[in-house]
Design a protein around this ligand. Structure first.
Ligand code: BTN
Length: 265
C-alpha cells in the first residue's frame, strides 16, 4: 500500500489544535532528535519546568521498554513525550501505564472504529499486532514528575516482519491526520491534571480490562529479574498484575508479557 507523505507536524497548528486551555504549557516540535523521552528528562532540570509536549518526526535513539530500541519511519507516525506532574494520588501511580494506554485506545477506536486490545501494562494491539508502545520514566531527583513516551504507528505501511507491528493506515487503508489524532489523545489524558475520585479511576480501569484478552491465559513475563511463567488471573486496583505461579499468587508491577497458552494448565 502506498500513501502520500503526510503533512509535517507544526508547532503553531498543534498549539491551535490543543487550544488555549490545554494542561500542556510548552510544545516543542523537532524534525530529528535523539529521543523525545531523553529530551523531556533534560527539560526536567530546567528551573522553569512546566507540563510539556515534545514531539519529533524522527528519533535517532528512540527507546523502548527493557532496553529495546524504538525505530520508525521519519515523518509518518506519532512519537512524543509528555513531561507531567500528574494530579493523581501516590497510591494510584501504578495505574499510569494502563490509564495512559486507555487514552490512546479511545482515540484510535473513535477515529478508526477498530477494536483495540490492551496488553498489560501498556501495549496496544490490533489483530494481534503492536500498534502502540508506551515508555514511562521518572527521575529520582524530581519526585512527582513523570515522562510519558508514546510511539503510535500511524501512516507507516511497511514494517520488518519480526516486529509483528501494524499501523492505523494499514488497518484502515487510509492516511490519518496526525495533528487531530494527537490532540484527541491529549484530550483523553486530561485526567492527569484533573482531580479524579477513586470511582473514576475504577471505572477507567474497568474500561481498560474490558479490552484485555490475556487474562485467564498462561503467560510468560520477562523482567529485569528474569522470566516467569504463570496464569494471569487479574489486574489489581493499583495496576499490578495478579499471576499464579506454581500455585503461588504473586503481584507484579513491570514486565514484558507473551501469551503462551489460552487458558490455565
Ligand atoms: C515499548 O513498547 O517498548 C515502548 C516504546 C516507546 C516509544 C516512544 S516513541 C516516543 C518516546 N521516546 C522514546 O525514546 N521512546 C518513547
Amino acid at each position: 500500500m502506498s500513501l502520500n507523505m503526510p503533512s509535517p507536524l507544526n508547532q503553531t497548528t498543534l498549539a491551535k489544535a490543543l487550544g488555549p486551555h490545554s494542561f500542556l504549557k510548552r510544545i516543542e516540535v523537532f524534525e530529528t532528535i535523539d529521543s523525545t523521552n531523553s529530551h523531556a528528562k533534560r527539560l526536567l532540570a530546567d528551573r522553569s519546568r512546566k507540563p510539556s509536549l515534545i514531539i519529533a518526526e524522527e528519533q535517532t535513539q528512540g527507546r523502548g521498554r527493557f532496553g529495546k530500541t524504538w525505530q520508525t519511519e521519519k515523518g509518518k507516525n506519532l512519537m512524543f513525550s509528555l513531561l507531567v506532574s500528574p494530579k493523581i494520588p501516590r497510591q494510584n501511580f501504578g495505574l499510569l501505564p494502563l490509564l495512559t494506554s486507555l487514552g490512546v485506545v479511545k482515540t484510535v477506536e473513535s477515529t478508526t472504529k477498530i477494536n483495540v486490545i490492551t496488553k498489560w501494562p501498556n501495549d496496544l494491539l490490533i489483530n494481534d499486532k503492536k500498534i502502540c508502545g508506551i515508555l514511562l520514566e521518572t527521575v529520582s531527583s524530581h519526585p512527582g514528575w513523570v515522562v510519558i513516551g508514546i510511539g503510535l504507528n500511524v501512516n507507516q505501511t511497511e514494517f520488518p516482519s519480526d516486529l509483528h507491528a501494524t499501523s492505523l493506515a494499514l488497518e484502515t487503508g487510509k492516511q490519518i491526520d496526525r495533528t487531530k489524532l494527537l490532540s484527541s489523545i491529549i484530550h483523553h489524558l486530561e485526567w492527569l491534571y484533573r482531580s479524579q475520585s477513586p470511582d473514576q479511576f475504577r471505572s477507567m480501569l474497568a474500561e481498560w480490562k474490558s479490552r484485555c484478552t490475556m487474562l485467564n491465559k498462561t503467560i510468560q513475563l520477562q523482567s529485569d529479574d528474569g522470566v516467569i511463567t504463570g496464569l494471569a488471573t487479574g489486574i489489581a486496583d493499583d495496576g499490578g498484575l495478579h499471576l499464579l505461579v506454581e500455585g503461588e499468587a504473586k503481584k507484579l508491577y513491570a514486565g514484558d508479557v507473551t501469551v503462551v497458552e489460552a487458558g490455565g494448565s
